[in-house]
Design a binder for this molecule. Structure first.
Ligand code: ZN
Length: 269
């Protein structure tokens, strides 16, 4: 099992500083995302800074620090903002970064089935793997009035039709009102990356530390072990404090090396 942290958890930092911090904390990889020119946060497709020189340098530095830019994460696609040439540019950026996965949240807009099939083929041609992430369905979360692919059956159908594999996010699952453990059971055999954070519950949290929301992590982690998952886990805490990221990394490393650290953590909370 490998553990990563994403650019969206270290938004306060430049990508260069975020990679350096992830390395110091002991993460195994970094989930990179394209940024808006001159800014640090999540971007819309038309605004990406695909500065290949900077991306190549970042990818090299990340590798040197043992936190390779394994996955490149994009927001909700496709939408009316996705123009011709976008996939080409995205694939070129992912290659420059030295990535293995491109992770996308699918929207059910226009000819989206064709879009993801084409995207998958273009990734495959250059040895990249396209992963579809189960999206959060709430309009206010994603800021667009386009239906997402949130029901497990619809999502699973798109995965099979496109050829892509799955990035499973338990936070998104519970925020669509689904049981995150049952949803994972449906997609487990297609899953290559897991996004872990707590959500829902009484506080109606999102991307919160484990224990602050309503996800039954004991059940979820038992199923992850039972499914023999041995891929990549990204800890996705929003606006997290660095201590919280470090604590989660240490707990999850112990948890999946047989020490069942989660139970101890829940007892001390
Ligand atoms: Zn996610």
């Amino acid at each position: 099992m490998k553990f990563g942290v994403g650019a969206s958890q270290l938004k306060q930092l430049t990508p260069e500083d975020a990679v350096s911090l992830a390395s110091k904390m002991g993460f195994d990889f970094f989930q990179w995302m394209p940024i808006v020119k001159g800014e640090k946060g999540w971007a819309k497709p038309g605004q990406y800074d695909y500065d290949l020189e900077r991306i190549t340098a970042l990818g090299r530095e990340a590798k040197r620090l043992n936190v390779p830019l394994l996955s490149m994460h994009l927001p909700y696609l496709p939408s009316h903002e996705v123009k011709d040439g976008f996939i080409n540019d995205t694939v070129a950026a992912a290659k420059a970064a030295g990535a293995r996965f491109i992770i996308v949240h699918p929207l059910a807009y226009g000819n989206y089935r064709e879009f993801f099939r084409k995207f998958y083929e273009m990734c495959r041609a250059v040895n990249l793997e396209l992963l579809l992430e189960n999206p959060s369905a709430r309009e206010k979360d994603i800021g667009v009035k386009i239906p997402t692919v949130s029901s497990p059956l619809q999502f699973l159908g798109l995965v099979k039709e496109s050829g892509a594999a799955v990035c499973y996010d338990c936070n998104h699952a519970i925020r669509t009102g689904l049981d995150p453990v049952d949803f994972y059971a449906m997609v487990a055999k297609f899953t290559k990356v897991l996004h872990i954070s707590d959500a829902g519950g009484e506080s109606n949290a999102r991307h919160a530390p484990i224990g602050d929301g309503g996800i039954d992590f004991t059940r979820l982690f038992n199923l992850i072990r039972a499914s023999k998952f041995n891929g990549h886990i990204v800890i996705e805490l929003e606006n997290s404090q660095y201590q919280e990221l470090q604590k989660h990394l240490d707990i999850l490393k112990d948890e999946f090396s047989g020490k069942l650290a989660l139970q101890n953590m829940m007892q001390t909370n």
